[in-house]
Design a protein around this ligand. Structure first.
Ligand code: ZN
Length: 184
């Protein structure tokens, strides 16, 4: 009878916590450079920023200090991953093993969505041609946004499973993977 119902806000936040983000999100602005404190390290007077932080936001200062102390190792990891990633991509292209197209929906503004298509070039489809085709097919904006990525200004994800194989018979619908909704 005395059971307390959980805080509804806290429950909702539990559904989608992102790694490394502490909820609720509070942006702390630096009193020295007036930027959000995450950006202080790019400010030339970072030492002054840190002094301000130490005085005014001691807990944040401790966190920054901790990140700096462990930072070097992380940077090395990142560099290594980048190198590794590039190497892997080259191998994939040579062997042409990963013929796979992905489609996903990403939010755009509060109510609209865009559709992200990747992997078309694994079927030797010209991205510019494809982007133009999507644009006229769906009567909306469409542009090449990456090495193998097209963003269509509208939620047309489900239609693509019919439209792509219709336009490019080499591509069976089975090659198209639905990644669902992206969080950005
Ligand atoms: Zn600062």
């Amino acid at each position: 009878m005395t059971e307390v119902s959980p805080n509804p806000v806290a429950e909702r936040l539990k559904l989608g916590p992102r790694d490394g983000v502490t909820y609720p999100i509070i942006v702390n602005y630096c009193g020295n450079c007036s930027m959000p404190i995450e950006y202080c390290e790019y400010y030339p007077e970072y030492e002054k920023c840190k002094a301000w932080l130490e005085k005014n936001l001691p807990t944040e200062f401790e966190r920054v200090k901790l990140e700096e102390e462990t930072g070097d190792g992380n940077d090395d990891d990142k560099r290594r991953q980048k190198r590794g990633g590039k190497g892997l991509m080259k191998i994939k292209k040579k062997e042409e093993v990963n013929k796979r197209i992905t489609v996903s929906r990403a939010p755009r503004g509060k109510k609209k969505s865009v559709t992200v298509v990747t992997g078309l070039s694994t079927f030797d489809i010209d991205l510019k041609v494809a982007s133009k085709f999507f644009g006229s097919k769906f009567a909306c904006g469409s542009s090449v946004t990456g090495e193998d990525e097209i963003v269509i200004q509208g939620d047309v994800k489900d239609d693509l499973f019919d439209v792509i194989p219709e336009k490019w018979p080499d591509v069976d619908a089975d090659y198209i993977e639905d990644l669902g909704d992206q969080k950005r």
